[in-house]
Ligand binder design. Sequence first.
Ligand SMILES: C[S@@+](CC[C@H](N)C(=O)[O-])C[C@H]1O[C@@H](n2cnc3c(N)ncnc32)[C@H](O)[C@@H]1O
Length: 214
Amino acid sequence: MMSKKEEIDFQSHWEKAWETSPVEKTGWYEQIPAPSLELIESCQLDKKAVILNVGAGATTLVDELVDTGYDKIIANDISASALEALKKRLGKNSHKVTFVVDDLVHPAVLTEAGPVDLWHDRAVLHFFNKKEEQDAYFKLLRKLVKPGGYVIIAVFNLQGATKCSGLPVFRYDQGMLAERLGEDFKLIKAFDYTYTMPSGDTREYIYTLFKRHK
Ligand SMILES: C[S@@+](CC[C@H](N)C(=O)[O-])C[C@H]1O[C@@H](n2cnc3c(N)ncnc32)[C@H](O)[C@@H]1O
């Protein structure tokens, strides 16, 4: 177990990660976030749907959603620098996005962000290694996602790497995610996906889509 002194300061880690690397060189950058777009398209959401992208960083998914016509997008991250980079890139379209700097594990303002039609997480949940962090994440998700709403979670799969951005990760399969979400959520789709990083290295993900039925 880590002593208090050795505990990772996640906010500093992520601010540093975003401040020291150009967005296109980060180890999770996607020019086109194809698997997320495929799953979102299959939800057939109304263009007025509230889409909450947790741990969004400076993801190009937000640009794609804006281009598709969504204008109730919430981009959350623990790093203000990441969201500033995203806002800058969106330029005149940034008014279609609400930027929320908050910690998913100790949410201060996110608790008021609901009800949401779609919760989207790519490469965030797997950083929460402790049970209490995972419990806080799923508690927030259950508070915010409305009945009839959707959840997309993409994380490293059980064959995946054990670290991401230099931090240890907790890996999942679809059964583990279904169990954590509970019986109110029905698995609609799941697939493994090999992501190629800007460096050329690959990372194994599992993509899952759930629908909340009550
Ligand atoms: C690997 S990056 C993925 C970024 C984005 N989802 C994507 O797919 O490009 C992980 C992101 O989660 C954010 N993050 C990490 N811990 C967080 C927390 N506790 N609350 C909110 N965001 C967090 C980081 O700042 C970072 O932007």
